[in-house]
Design a binder for this molecule. Structure first.
Ligand code: NJP
Length: 237
């Protein structure tokens, strides 16, 4: 039976690649972005022959908008098999240079966004006794880096959230896991994708392939976590 997936932050970067890889797997998609670029991604998918794509332009931290999106998706496809919480923002500054507004904004998207989207799909997945929730967290959800306190704190929060949720819903046939990449060549932190300085970083497809692997694992199997780094990245083990 055709499976359906929701991918947040799919207008560009990792999420866009995830959308294409899941479409290649034959999945029907609901894709979410904050900017109107999400409609371009939907157009690109349709141009490749993937007809089952619904695009939503919304703020992932806004519970009402997210709940409406989940209801619309269930109405359109009947089921949601997979939620990929990928939308995220980040910046790298010293604590004393970080404003309260910046702190709140990064928590709104990276933590609140994961909470409201996950909360909205769980009752539906419970009813079906099946479903997978994958969150694109970060290697800095496992160890700390200087000048990234706010961002690092959000990813530690997401690790805690996912672990707790995983234990809560496993008896309902729902699998919850995280993918924790190191440096990936995207538009993250106001950068450009494809610049020469990021040539040896992970590519968006590397992360999307991990999502496909995790989501398509046999039902009896939960892949809790996948950690991936580019070989050139120096990090504490
Ligand atoms: O970033 P980028 P990535 N509501 O900037 C969307 C994690 N990660 O692909 O505004 C809804 O190219 C945004 O939408 P739009 C990272 O923490 C990355 O690298 O329309 N959507 C866009 O589609 C994040 O969780 C690296 O452009 C919102 C997308 O999010 C995930 O990977 C390393 C939104 C961001 O695309 C994807 O980030 C790592 C909102 N309020 C973890 N705000 C890395 N790149 O090195 C943003 O460890 N979006």
């Amino acid at each position: 039976k055709t499976q359906t997936a929701i991918v947040t932050g799919a207008s560009r970067g990792i999420g866009k690649s995830i959308a294409f890889k899941l479409a290649e797997q034959g999945m029907k998609l609901a894709i979410i972005g904050h900017s109107d670029e999400i409609h371009r991604t939907a157009e690109e998918l349709r141009n490749k022959g993937y007809d089952h794509v619904i695009a939503f332009q919304l703020d992932i931290a806004e519970e009402n908008q997210v709940n409406a999106m989940i209801q619309d998706t269930i109405q359109a496809y009947s089921t949601i098999d997979l939620l990929v919480n990928n939308a995220g923002v980040g910046f790298f500054k010293k604590v004393e240079e970080t404003s309260l507004e910046e702190w709140k904004q990064v928590f709104d998207v990276n933590v609140q966004g994961v909470f409201v989207a996950s909360k909205a799909v769980v009752p539906h997945m419970k009813n079906r006794n099946s479903g997978t929730i994958i969150t694109i967290s970060s290697d800095v959800g496992r160890y700390t880096i200087p000048n990234g306190a706010a961002y690092t704190a959000t990813k530690y929060a997401v690790q805690g959230f996912s672990g707790s949720l995983a234990q809560e819903v496993r008896e309902h046939g729902i699998r919850v896991g995280t993918i924790n990449p190191g440096m990936v060549d995207t538009y993250f932190n106001n950068s450009e994708q494809g610049t020469a300085d990021k040539e040896e970083w992970l590519k968006v497809d590397d992360i999307a392939n991990a999502v496909v692997y995790m989501a398509s694992a046999p039902k009896h199997m939960l892949i809790d976590e996948i950690v991936i780094h580019p070989l050139v990245q120096n990090y504490p083990i």
